[in-house]
Design a protein around this ligand. Sequence first.
Ligand SMILES: [Fe+2]
Length: 220
Amino acid sequence: MPRVDLFTPVHKGLRAALCDTLGRVGSTGFGDPAQVRLAVRSVRTLLGLLDEHGLLEERFLVPVLSRLDAALGAELSAGHRRLETLQHTLALRLVEVEDAAGEARAEAGRRLGQDLCELGAESLRHMLTEEREANALLHAHLEDADLRALERGMLQALPPRRLAGWMGWILPALGAGERASALAALREALPGEALADVTEAARQALGSARWQATRLAAGL
Ligand SMILES: [Fe+2]
C-alpha cells in the first residue's frame, strides 16, 4: 500500500501549470496584444498557485519537518524564500510587459521568458528535494492518519474557488490510481455540496468518461 504523499500529486499539478505557461509565453508574439493578454493571464495564474503553495507548505509542513530535522526544515524554508524572490521579479516583469509598447515590449517579453525559466528551474529542483527528502522524513516518523490530517488542513485552508483552480491542474495531471485517491481525500475534507463546485474545472479537463471512472474508483 503506497504511503500518503503530501507533495508529489500537488507538484504534478504545479509542473503541468508551469509547462503550460512556459509553452504559452514561448509561443507569444509580443507585438500582438491579444496574445500578450493570454500570456500575462497564464503567468499570473501560475504565480497565484506558486504563492499559495509556498504559504501552505510554510504554514502546515515546514513546522513539522523542522521539528524532525532542523537542517532540512531550514533548507526548505530558504528555498521558499528564494522562490518568493523569483516570483516577485516575475510579477514586476509582467507589469513591465503590460506597460511597454513596440520594441520595448518585445524586449520585456524576452526577459519575461528568461525570468520564467529561472523560476521554473529553481521550482523543479526544490519540489524534487521535497518529494525525496521531506517525504522520506515524514514517512519515517508519521502515520498515514497524521499525514491525512495535515492534508485536510491544507485543503480546508483554501477558499473553494481557489481550491477549484488547484484541482483543475492537479487531478488531470495524475495517473488513474492517484487521481482516485486524491478525489477520495478531497471528499473527506469537504462537505458534499462543495465537492461539485471544487471539481468543476477538473471535470471539464478530464472529460466525462475519465471523470466517471475516477468517481467510481474513489467510491463516490
Ligand atoms: Fe516547497
